[in-house]
Design a protein around this ligand. Structure first.
Ligand SMILES: [Zn+2]
Length: 107
């Protein structure tokens, strides 16, 4: 009986781990999308600042801290991913010095 109980526990644990992994992967892809939108918004603000010679410091800082929050949450999610490229927002292994997706230098 102990053998069966053990087998059931093992299967349950495996299923839970798989579900956790799937949830993390999903959250990560959500965050990646969010990050890309933030970068885009920041780029638009910056563009209009340059174009109109009119600084909107407050909005820029708000977006920057939002981006930092997303990057932190992404690196908090445990998984196969080591870090996130700050340039293209793709996940990259932690031992990479340059992003394999866009070639940006990684810190
Ligand atoms: Zn990149």
């Amino acid at each position: 009986m102990d053998y069966i109980k053990h087998a059931v526990e093992t299967i349950k644990k495996g299923a839970e781990e798989a579900a956790d992994k799937a949830a993390s992967a999903y959250r990560k892809s959500e965050l990646r999308k969010e990050l890309k939108e933030m970068y885009e918004a920041l780029g638009k603000i910056r563009y209009s600042e340059i174009k109109n010679n009119n600084l909107s410091e407050e909005e820029t800082l708000k977006l920057t801290s939002e981006i930092d929050r997303i990057l932190r949450e992404m690196s908090d999610i445990k998984g196969e991913v080591g870090k996130v490229c700050e340039s293209c927002a793709e996940a990259v292994p932690s031992d990479c010095r340059y992003c394999p997706h866009c070639g940006a230098k990684l810190y």
